[in-house]
Design a protein around this ligand. Structure first.
Ligand SMILES: Cc1cc2nc3c(=O)[nH]c(=O)nc-3n(C[C@H](O)[C@H](O)[C@H](O)COP(=O)(O)OP(=O)(O)OC[C@H]3O[C@@H](n4cnc5c(N)ncnc54)[C@H](O)[C@@H]3O)c2cc1C
Length: 422
């Protein structure tokens, strides 16, 4: 293999960057002494990108809006419902960042960035970098009934303080209403039920998880939840919350008279804040637009994770965020060095939820017009497995209560390219 040694001078800092690159342009060893990367957002994508860049000797500053070290977001329901010691969900101890050459700045929300790599923090301090990665993730959707409501015992479950807040308000025997029957809502319902709360889930759709499961599978999901004493109200939506006597909350819905509860969690989907990117002149849609290298419309500014708009569906998932963080980190190095950028290949991500013996899995198409559903097996209300075919070719698979052979079907779908990207 032919190795080429390059030396590049950065104009900004008059420092040297060196890299050993193979014939294909892959970076083998890079030393970016004096080069500085700013990474905005310290979730899965931000931490993965920081690691790739710091390993190559680039000075990495990782800005986090949060006060606690980066954590495993999917474990928030565990934390909220008291199953975990709070620090157990941290990805690493604080010393890990320093030991790995990452300057982690907690409680450092970036308010502005510019196409020439300057960031301004919430306290007005400015810093200049040689390359930027935006990894600010998504946030919980705030429907109008939630935005206008000032009651303290109505929660969302998106970040660490949300989970700690819920945890502090839980009392056995209390009544909890969960608005939204998606994965986060259902996991919260199951955990709350096990913590001896009385739980009602209100879902706008006529059945549970209609984007990911067919009618029959949805029916099994419903049956399993009801069996666990979770009350379900489907085909109804919340109109407003009212404070009632004894500090209770009346949840008013379109079709029912109202449900009295002690606390409520609203989990109705994810939204993306692109205002900072728009102000910097970057091309945005629902998310920040990126090309196949995860580079935004501004050269040298990359976006990764939930906030990255790929032009195809980008599922909000840990797996995708980690992979994109690595690619964005690599390509940011290449931007500094001039090698060959990596192409990010989106991979379909299955829907899965496993909590004790409650299990849901789905990937690809769901049953519907023009498709054949072949039920593999089902057992009373316990398990359900089916494959979905389009023109006799496997196009999807869904399972409730079991994951028997799910990986085998998933692999077949990935190889054939029939799994859709969400
Ligand atoms: C309760 C819950 C459960 C989930 N369960 C699963 C699951 O089981 N499996 C799965 O694959 N996915 C799950 N997800 C989704 C998954 O967590 C996300 O897809 C993933 O975290 C995305 O990573 P990210 O790095 O893009 O963004 P995030 O993890 O959202 O991190 C972005 C970070 O950027 C920070 N930030 C935002 N703006 C700024 C700013 N201006 N300055 C500085 N910092 C900023 C935010 O505070 C945040 O810490 C779950 C999500 C939630 C909320």
């Amino acid at each position: 293999m032919l190795n080429v040694f390059r030396l590049v001078r950065t104009l900004a800092l008059q420092e040297t960057y060196s890299a050993t690159i193979d014939v294909s342009g892959n970076i083998l060893i890079a030393k970016g002494y004096g080069m500085r990367a700013g990474i905005i957002g310290a979730g899965f994508a931000g931490v993965a990108a920081a690691r790739v860049m710091a390993e190559c000797g680039v000075g990495v500053t990782l800005f986090s809006a949060e006060k606690v070290p980066p954590y495993y977001r999917p474990r928030l329901p565990e934390l909220a419902f008291g199953y975990d010691v709070p620090s157990d969900i941290f990805m690493h101890g604080l010393e890990w960042y320093a030991d790995n050459g990452i300057d982690l700045r907690l409680d450092s929300e970036v308010k502005v960035f510019t196409p020439d790599f300057e960031v301004t923090l919430k306290d007005g301090k400015r810093e200049k970098f040689d390359v930027l990665i935006i990894a600010t993730g998504g946030g919980p959707l705030m429907p109008a009934f939630c935005r206008d409501c000032k009651l303290p015992d109505i929660f969302q479950l998106w970040n660490y303080p949300d989970a700690v807040n819920i945890r502090e308000h839980l009392r056995a025997g209390k009544k909890l209403v969960i608005v939204g029957g998606g994965i986060i809502g259902l996991e919260s319902a199951l955990r709350a039920g096990d913590s001896n709360l009385k739980v009602t889930v209100i879902e706008k759709a006529k059945r549970l998880m209609p984007q990911n499961f067919g009618e029959k599978a949805s029916w099994f999901i419903e049956a399993q939840l009801r069996e666990r004493n979770i009350d379900l109200i489907l085909d109804d939506s919340v109109s407003c919350f009212e404070r009632k006597e004894g500090n209770r909350i009346l949840v008013n819905t379109e079709n029912k008279n109202g449900i009295l509860c002690d606390l409520a969690i609203v989990s109705v989907g994810v939204g993306f804040n692109t205002s900072m990117a728009e102000a910097a002149g970057l091309k945005t849609g629902r998310r920040i637009c990126v090309d196949k290298h995860l580079q935004t419309s501004a050269p040298g500014i990359f976006a990764a994770g939930d906030i990255a708009g790929l032009g195809v569906c980008n599922p909000c998932s840990v797996k995708a965020a980690l992979a994109q963080g690595k690619t964005a980190g690599h390509n940011a190095l290449v931007f500094l060095n001039g090698g060959k950028m990596e192409i990010y290949e989106p991979e379909p991500v299955p829907v899965n939820l496993k909590y004790k013996d409650f299990q849901l899995y789905s990937i690809g198409e769901i049953p519907g017009p023009g498709k054949d559903e072949k039920i593999l097996d089902h057992e009373d209300m316990k398990t359900y497995r089916s494959c979905i075919y389009e023109s006799n070719v496997l196009a999807g698979v869904e399972m409730v209560g079991t994951n028997k052979d799910f990986l085998k079907y998933q692999q077949e779908l990935l190889v054939s390219g029939r799994a859709k990207h969400e």
